[in-house]
Design a protein around this ligand. Structure first.
Ligand code: PLP
Length: 399
C-alpha cells in the first residue's frame, strides 16, 4: 500500500488517540529510519528510548527468528527457557533476586503496585496500603499507573480513580518525609523523570527516600522503564546513588522493541506472591524473552552503559555550547543518553524543523527537547544534529 492509502485507511479504521505525523517508515537500520519516500532520518527518539541497539539489529532479529521457528507461545503453566534465561541475566546484574514478566511499562507498574500492597498487607495488615508518588511523574496509562502519574490531563473524564495514592514534591526531602506515614506501603519514583522534563533525582534525595522508607516500613519502587538498561550511563540509574530499591520496573529497551515489561524484586518482597496472585497470558512470551536475552546479553557483555556515559557526555557538552550561545536555550538536563535541552518557549516547532532536516527528536513537558537515541549513536550524528539545531536557533535569534 502506498503512503496516502495507509494514512487514509488508518484514519478510517484506527481510533484517534494518537496525533500522528503524516509519515510512514518502511525500514530501519542502526540509527537510521527510511520513510516511504526514501528519505533517510537519523533517529534521536528510538521509539521513545526503546531501540537501544538501533533498528533491527542482527543479534535480536536472529534470536527472534530462531525462537519463532521453534515455539511462539506457550502458557505460563509451563517453564519457558528464554524467560528463565532473561530472569537470570536481570537478577545477576541488579539488586534483585526474582523477576516477573509482563508486556509493557504500565503493566509492570500495575504489578509493582499489587506486589507492594500484598507485601505490606501480609506483613503489617491491610491498612498499610498507601503509595506515595512524585510531582512530575509518569508511570503509564492504566488505572493504577495513572493514579500515580502527575498529570490531571490524562485523568480527565475517566474517573473515578482508584484510591490510596498521593504525591510529594520531587527532589524535596522534607516534602517526602511529611508525605510518608505509617500507612505508606511504598514510595515510587523515577531516578530520572523522562516524560516529566528529563529531570534527574538528586543523589541525596534518593538516599533520603531509601532512609524514609526503611524507617516507616515502606518499600522503595524505582521506575526505570525509561532511564534503565544502560541509558543513564549506568546499567540501572539507581546505581548513581548507591542505594538499592526493593522493587524495580523495566520495559521499553529490555527487548529492543518487542513488547516486554518486567518487575524485579528482592526475595523477601517477591515472597508475598503465591500462585494466582498475579499473571498474564502473554507475559514472558518465548519470542519477546528471546529478544530480551539477545538485547540484555549485548548490553551487559558490551558494558554499553559506558558507551552511553561517554557519548552522553559529548552530547551534553555540545548542547551546552548552544546554551552558551542562545539566551532562550535555558539548560541541559539528564544523564547519559537520556538528555533534555530546556528552552524558554514551546519546543514543538523546533521538533518539526529538525524533522524537515532529517532528524527525529521529540519534546516533552512542553519546553524540553528530549534526545533518547540508540546507544550506538555516533559522535558524528550528534555533530550533525547540533549543527541543525544551531541553524534553527540562529533563525529564532534573528526573528
Ligand atoms: C518512566 C515510565 N514509566 C512507565 C511508562 C509506561 O510504559 P508503557 O508505555 O510501555 O506502558 C513510561 C512510558 O513512557 C515511562 O517513561
Amino acid at each position: 500500500m502506498d503512503k496516502q492509502n495507509i494514512i487514509d485507511d488508518g484514519e478510517k479504521y484506527l481510533m484517534y488517540n494518537y496525533k500522528r505525523l503524516p509519515m510512514v517508515f518502511e525500514k530501519g537500520e542502526g540509527c537510521k529510519l527510511i520513510d516511504s519516500e526514501g528519505k533517510v532520518y537519523t533517529d534521536f527518539l528510538a521509539g521513545i528510548a526503546v531501540d537501544s541497539l538501533g533498528h533491527s539489529p542482527k543479534v535480536v532479529v536472529d534470536a527472534i527468528i530462531e525462537q519463532a521457528q521453534k515455539l511462539t507461545h506457550v502458557s505460563n503453566y509451563f517453564w519457558i527457557d528464554s524467560q528463565v534465561k532473561l530472569a537470570k541475566i536481570l537478577v545477576e546484574n541488579s539488586f534483585a533476586d526474582k523477576a516477573f514478566f509482563c508486556n509493557s511499562g504500565t503493566e509492570a507498574i500495575e504489578a509493582a503496585i499489587k506486589l507492594a500492597r500484598k507485601y505490606a498487607s501480609k506483613n503489617y495488615g491491610p491498612e498499610k496500603n498507601e503509595i506515595v508518588a512524585m510531582s512530575g511523574s509518569f508511570h503509564g496509562r492504566t488505572f493504577g499507573a495513572l493514579s500515580i502519574t502527575d498529570s490531571e490531563k490524562y485523568r480527565a473524564g475517566i474517573g473515578p480513580m482508584p484510591g490510596g495514592f498521593k504525591f510529594a514534591k520531587f527532589n524535596d526531602i522534607e516534602a517526602l518525609k511529611a508525605a510518608v506515614t505509617d500507612k505508606t506501603c511504598a514510595v515510587i519514583l523515577e531516578p530520572i523523570q523522562g516524560e516529566g522534563g528529563v529531570t534527574a533525582a538528586e543523589e541525596a534525595f534518593l538516599k533520603a527516600a531509601k532512609e524514609i522508607c526503611t524507617e516507616k516500613g515502606a518499600l522503595l519502587i524505582v521506575d526505570e522503564i525509561q532511564c534503565g538498561i544502560a541509558r543513564s550511563g549506568k546499567l540501572f540509574a539507581y546505581e548513581y546513588s548507591g542505594i538499592e530499591p526493593d522493587i524495580m520496573t523495566l520495559a521499553k529497551a529490555i527487548a529492543n522493541g518487542l513488547p516486554l515489561g518486567a518487575v524485579l524484586a528482592t526475595a523477601k518482597v517477591a515472597s508475598a506472591w503465591q500462585p494466582g496472585d498475579h499473571g498474564s497470558t502473554f507475559g514472558g512470551n518465548p519470542v519477546a524473552c528471546a529478544a530480551g536475552v539477545a538485547t540484555m546479553e549485548t548490553i551487559v557483555n558490551g558494558k554499553m552503559w559506558e558507551t552511553a556515559a561517554d557519548t552522553g557526555a559529548y552530547f551534553a557538552q555540545k548542547l551546552q555550547e548552544l546554551v552558551d550561545a542562545y539566551p532562550f536555550a535555558v539548560k541541559v538536563k539528564g544523564k547519559g543518553l537520556l538528555i533534555g535541552l530546556e528552552l524558554a518557549f514551546e519546543g514543538a516547532e523546533t521538533v518539526s524543523k529538525a524533522l524537515e532536516e532529517g532528524f527525529i527528536i521529540n519534546c516533552t513537558s512542553g519546553k524540553v527537547l528530549r534526545f533518547v537515541p540508540p546507544l550506538i549513536i555516533e559522535k558524528s550524528d550528534i555533530d550533525a544534529l547540533v549543527a541543525v539545531l544551531d541553524k534553527i536557533f540562529a533563525g529564532y535569534a534573528k526573528a
